[in-house]
Design a protein. Structure first.
Length: 616
């Protein structure tokens, strides 16, 4: 690969021969053992991926490690044959790689990030993104998007992304570092614009699921894989409504993947459609999903973690999925056209040879970047051919949610119905015990809806707020006992949960005996998943209920608080109160994160008056 006598040869050899320290061990803090979760890792959203984007089959690919090694050789050979050279000084690992004691999943993540991951994205950056720029500083970074003050000890996430803030059009460099100074001075504008645009389009280039190095995780990784296995994707258990999406999934980088998957040509794409088509079939009755059996102890299953990882990849349009527990690893390749996950043989970071772990992950990062570059060029070419430009950024929509080819918005202020119609709809909603919730935005299009059962009453003015009657929860409901909510792109995420705009659809029986469908935009659904969030959501409902009972004018109407017995999520259904003060201030000043908001004297008076009513 390198010319004879190249001064960088010793450093390259050292990087290639890197393996994990043989003394790595799992050593949790005293009196804090790392236990596996007592429930499935599947989130509420994982069950709502569109049927044309879900995982349908697993294919065992034992040759993947050697293919990545060969791709690494070819990339470096092309880099040098084009007249480029590596810097003569060594590429050294971070000090964090010296601690082989893994307390939890975060320790496994940090060890990888500072060793094989550190090597991988730097080699990929210099060989594929800025070969002319003489710096070992990287335009990429490994980021723990799931880092929280109380991060789950058994599983955490890592992702590869463009460094800095692509949405704001800027990289983030350390001006005190000589390497990074060289990077800032050496980058040309065309490369900078291209890489930042890639970062905007593909917020997560690849996804790592990092497990604690416990016996439970090691046992899951050791499970034998069959050559080819059908994968059963778990959706919501509600029976009576089924939605099918007919559309072409995002493109695969066939040139890159063909270097890694020799049998790719045998996995032809299923029937494709030029335009997206959604077909929903509903029956007159539906059966509510069953809650999990709380008496039976949950046993972690590898397939649920695969579904969870695939759902993240579908959300971010990522191709590579890496699962690592410190002691073992598997690398997955997501093939969109055939909805197949190609999964490597079991990788041992301590003892792997030909290739060693360092070379394997240098090749992996190169494959990730090549895949993204190819798909980026396909996207640019498609936009030029169709004359469609990439939609403008919306600062209220998280970058990981922005997806091309889908309508991510639901009109908020388009409900022109008469007040009487609103009151009729509010009365119908308040009398019904079940809300069927569908997701329809980005990669989400619920195959089956989630069935939420009413916990608290409607606070509509026409309905005197009172506790719901003690109706026995049934398993089967008719048309007149439920309404349907379709959620759009999430607007906010905070301490109370996740906020979605929603459209309503419900069927009513007219005096003539005929059935009519009523629809309404301009609703909001707040979803709460964690115990603290749910406690706050109950408190928020109590406040609105108090205002409604006092007859306070101007208060937003709540249509009830609901619970999903299958996932445990809470949903607060309410009218859209319009723009928040923060959103209005953002539009007025142009600041992305305004430090304070301005209000008029009249607004401050109204706010003070409402607080007094609440306290009274």
């Amino acid at each position: 690969m390198l010319a004879s006598g190249d001064p960088f040869s010793p450093a390259l050899r050292e990087a290639f021969l890197f393996n994990y320290d043989p003394d790595i061990t799992h050593k949790p803090p005293r009196s804090k053992p790392v236990l596996p979760p007592d429930s499935s890792p599947l989130s509420f959203y994982d069950r709502h991926i569109a049927c044309n984007l879900v995982l349908k089959q697993l294919v065992y690919l034992p040759s993947l490690s050697h293919s990545l090694s060969k791709l690494c050789d070819n990339t470096i050979e092309k880099f040098t044959s084009d007249g480029n050279n590596f810097l003569e000084h060594d590429i050294t690992l971070d000090d964090g790689s010296n601690d082989p004691e893994f307390q939890h999943a975060g320790s496994v993540r940090d060890y990888y990030s500072s060793s094989a991951g550190f090597l991988g994205h730097r080699f990929a950056s210099i060989t594929l993104l800025h070969p002319y720029c003489p710096s070992w500083a990287s335009l990429l970074t490994l980021y723990d998007s799931g880092r929280r003050p109380q991060s789950p000890p058994f599983l955490t996430e890592l992702c590869l992304q463009v460094r800095g803030y692509p949405d704001r059009g800027t990289f983030q460099f350390n001006e005190e570092s000589e390497e990074e100074k060289d990077m800032m001075e050496g980058l040309d504008q065309a490369t900078e614009d291209r890489v930042l645009d890639i970062g905007r389009r593909y917020p997560r280039l690849a996804i790592w699921e990092m497990f604690a190095m416990t016996d439970v995780a090691i046992s899951m990784f050791r499970n034998k894989l069959h050559t080819e296995t059908a994968f059963i994707w778990e959706t919501c258990g509600t029976i009576g409504s089924q939605t099918t999406v007919y559309s072409t999934p995002p493109p695969d980088a066939t040139k890159t993947l063909s270097q890694l998957i020799s049998s790719l040509k045998l996995k032809a794409s299923a029937r494709s459609f030029s335009t997206s088509k959604i077909v929903t079939k509903t029956s007159k009755q539906f059966f509510q999903s069953k809650p999990p059996n709380r008496l039976r102890r949950y046993r972690p299953e590898f397939r649920y973690y695969l579904q969870h990882a695939w759902a993240k990849a579908a959300l971010n349009d990522s191709t590579f999925i890496i699962l690592n527990c410190g002691r073992y690893e598997r690398i997955g390749i997501r093939h969109r056209a055939s909805q197949t996950l190609y999964l490597s043989a079991l990788i041992d970071p301590v003892n792997i040879q030909d290739p060693h772990y360092g070379k394997l992950h240098i090749g992996l990062h190169m494959a990730i970047v090549q895949d993204v570059l190819e798909r980026y060029e396909l996207a640019i070419s498609s936009e030029k051919n169709t004359g469609k430009k990439r939609p403008a950024d919306d600062t209220d929509i998280p970058p990981s949610k922005r997806r091309k080819g889908f309508d991510n918005t639901i009109p908020v202020e388009t409900d022109n119905q008469a007040e009487g119609s609103r009151e009729t709809i509010a009365n119908e909603m308040g009398a019904r015990m079940v809300a069927l919730v569908n997701l329809q935005y980005g990669p989400y299009c619920s195959t089956a809806p989630a069935s939420f059962i009413r916990l608290r009453p409607s606070c509509a003015p026409s309905l005197q707020p009172k506790p719901p009657s003690a109706k026995k929860v049934k398993t089967k409901y008719g048309t007149h006992e439920h309404f349907t909510l379709t959620l759009g792109q999430q607007r906010f995420q905070g301490a109370t949960g996740v906020v979605h705009p929603a459209t309503l659809e419900l069927r009513v029986v007219l005096p003539s005996g005929e059935t009519s469908t009523l629809k309404r935009d301009g609703l909001i659904v707040k979803l709460a998943f964690l115990p603290d969030q749910q406690k706050r959501l109950h408190h928020e409902f109590d406040i609105y209920l108090h205002l409604a009972q006092r007859g306070a004018k101007g208060a937003v109407v709540l249509h009830g608080l609901f619970s999903d017995p299958e996932s445990g999520a809470l949903a607060l259904v309410m009218d859209d109160g319009g723009k928040s003060l923060r959103q209005r201030e953002r539009e007025r000043t142009g600041e992305i994160f305004p430090r304070q908001v301005t209000t008029s004297d009249e607004e401050r008076y109204v706010f003070s008056f409402r607080v007094l009513i609440l306290l009274w």
